[in-house]
Each structure stands twice: as C-alpha cells, then as structure tokens.
Design a protein around this ligand. Structure first.
Ligand code: SAM
Length: 299
C-alpha cells in the first residue's frame, strides 16, 4: 500500500483526524481473550492509533509491539509514544510487513510466543492467506487474533448528506479513481471475502455494523453480536481533515491534473453547507461509521 508509505504522507494529520476505538469495544476483546498477556503485536499499526489505546484500555500486557510497513507512520508512532514514555513504557514500534514477525528475534519468531495479534483498519491491504499463516505460526495455542475496521461514514441526522458521502470517496470526478485496489473495495465490503480459517482458529466471531441502522431502533435490536460502534461529534471542517487522511486523497493531490481544481475536501464542506445553510463550520454534528470485526482463537 504505497500512499501511507510515501515520505510526504501526512502521518501526523492521520493521527489527529482518524477516529479511535471505543472503550466498550476493548471490553469485548478483554472478555474474549483467554489466558496470559505477555505479548501483543498490533500489525499495520500506522501512527499507533490502536496500539497506544490498547496499552491504556485493555487489561495490561507485559509487552506491546506495533509494526507497520511505513517508516513515516512508525516515526510518528514513536514520537507520540515519546510524549508519555511512562504511560507507554511497555510499547515499542517496528518497521515490518504484516506477515513478518522477525522482529521478535530468532528465539521467538514462528514459535507461537504471541498472546494476541491485532490488525486494525489495515487487513484489507494484506495478502490475507499469507497473513493468517503467519498469525498461526506466531500465536500461542488459544491466543487471540482480532481484526477490525471501519469505512463509509454517514451523518445520521443529515440524510441529505448521504449522496455526498458516496460522491466524495467514490465519484468518477472526485476520489473514486484514486483508491488502490482491490484494497479499498475489500474494505468497503467490510472484508467479507477474508475468512478466518476454521482449521486454524476456533470460536470465530464476526460482526458487521451498518451505520444507517442507527436511524432505525428496530434494526439495532436485531444485532446478535455487540457491534463495534464508532461515532464522533465532529465539525464539517474536522470531517474535511479526516478526508485528507485517506490514501486516495493523497494520490488525488499528487495528480498534476488536479493542480488547479478546488480541494475535494473543501468542496465537501461547501456542498454540505449549501444543503444545510443553518450549519456553520464550527457546528458539531454526529458521524457514524460502518464497521466490522473478526475474532478467533488459535487452535
Ligand atoms: C489505514 S492505516 C491504519 C492504521 C491503524 N492501525 C489505525 O487503526 O488507524 C493502514 C496501515 O496499514 C499499513 N499497511 C498496509 N499494508 C501493509 C502491510 N502489507 N504490512 C504492514 N503494514 C501495512 C499502512 O502503512 C498503514 O499505516
């Protein structure tokens, strides 16, 4: 996935403008996980969004390692960690592809030493079968694999923005052509094509949450698994900053043919305000994402 690895990718803005994950979700993971908590590896950790949260929100692990292919992301993760070294004293970061655990050292790699492996908002970029082979080689028996992610947010109280929320990311004249594929389509499809292998993992749990269901209490009651609910109060300008963290936005900016065009994130703000002129750029409104998670325990 090249955009996140580009040296000019703004990983600090990514860290500031992407959603984090709710405490209730970490409780789901805590309740799911059995046994010891010596080592957690968070692959595709980016600027440490989930890695650093897990250090605070999960029941404690002795050691947490975040790994990512992108040197820029790892540099930002290390810098954020350094702001509170005592809080994150058990956290470290490594540049590494998702299916490579060599950073564990020769005595540990592929020897089933890891208690939990997480892949957050990144597994859609992976060769999933290769990834789950590596997870299987490195997780201890009954250790947890937890994969989750989000996409395609809506503003539940502003259905008139729904079309715009598709037009900005997927329109032919906007960011649609700039996503790296098949990764984006896989995320949009909430990774339904990537199944945890039942010969490698047991007690597999899968949950999909459709943000539009938030508008319909009856639908919300139909969920059998507790969903991952990511909701945030945000201004339209903050949402535009979130749009600027998308890999497709980075690629759109790089394309010389867009040099003289209006910034696509600013266009979103302008179009939203045309639809609801009573809003201002400082009004906070709720945004909710489609989400999914997949949990398994190594056989
Ligand atoms: C959208 S960011 C997610 C970051 C973070 N986990 C979060 O929750 O926000 C996706 C990350 O996956 C990383 N990535 C993509 N493909 C990868 C691969 N094959 N191996 C390791 N990291 C990868 C990218 O560099 C990027 O930092």
């Amino acid at each position: 996935m090249s955009a996140f690895s580009a040296s000019d990718f703004n990983s600090k803005r990514y860290s500031a403008s992407r959603p984090s994950y709710p405490s209730e979700f970490y409780t789901i993971i805590d309740e799911y996980h059995d046994g010891k908590r010596e080592l957690l590896v968070d692959v595709g950790c980016g600027p440490g969004t989930a890695t650093l949260q897990m250090a605070k929100e999960l029941k404690p692990f002795d050691q947490i390692i975040g790994s990512d292919l992108s040197a820029t992301m790892i540099e930002t993760a290390k810098a954020i960690r350094q702001e509170s070294p005592s809080v994150y004293k058990n956290v470290s970061f490594e540049i590494s592809p998702s299916d490579d655990f060599d950073f564990l050292g020769a005595d540990s790699v592929d020897k089933q030493k890891v208690d939990m492996i997480t892949a957050v908002e990144c597994a859609h970029w992976f060769d999933f079968d290769k990834f789950q082979c590596s997870v299987y080689a490195n997780l201890r028996k009954d250790g947890t694999i937890a994969i989750w992610g989000y996409a395609d947010p809506i503003f539940p109280n502003y259905p008139e923005f729904d079309e715009l929320m598709i037009e900005v990311p997927y329109g032919k004249e906007t960011l649609g052509p700039y996503w790296e594929q098949p990764g984006r389509s896989r995320l949009r499809n909430m990774l339904k094509d990537a199944t945890l292998d039942p010969e490698r993992f047991h007690h597999i749990q899968v949950s999909y949450f459709h943000a539009k269901d938030i508008r319909d209490a009856a639908k919300l009651h139909q969920y059998t698994e507790k969903p991952l609910l990511i909701r945030k109060e945000i201004t339209l300008v903050e949402f535009a900053q979130y749009v600027r963290t998308w890999s497709a936005y980075h690629q759109w900016k790089q394309d010389p043919k867009n040099k003289d065009k209006q910034d696509v994130a600013d266009w979103f703000v302008e179009e939203s305000l045309k639809k609801r002129p009573e809003l201002s750029v400082t009004t906070k409104i709720e945004v909710v994402w489609n989400t999914f998670y997949k949990l398994g325990k190594r056989i």
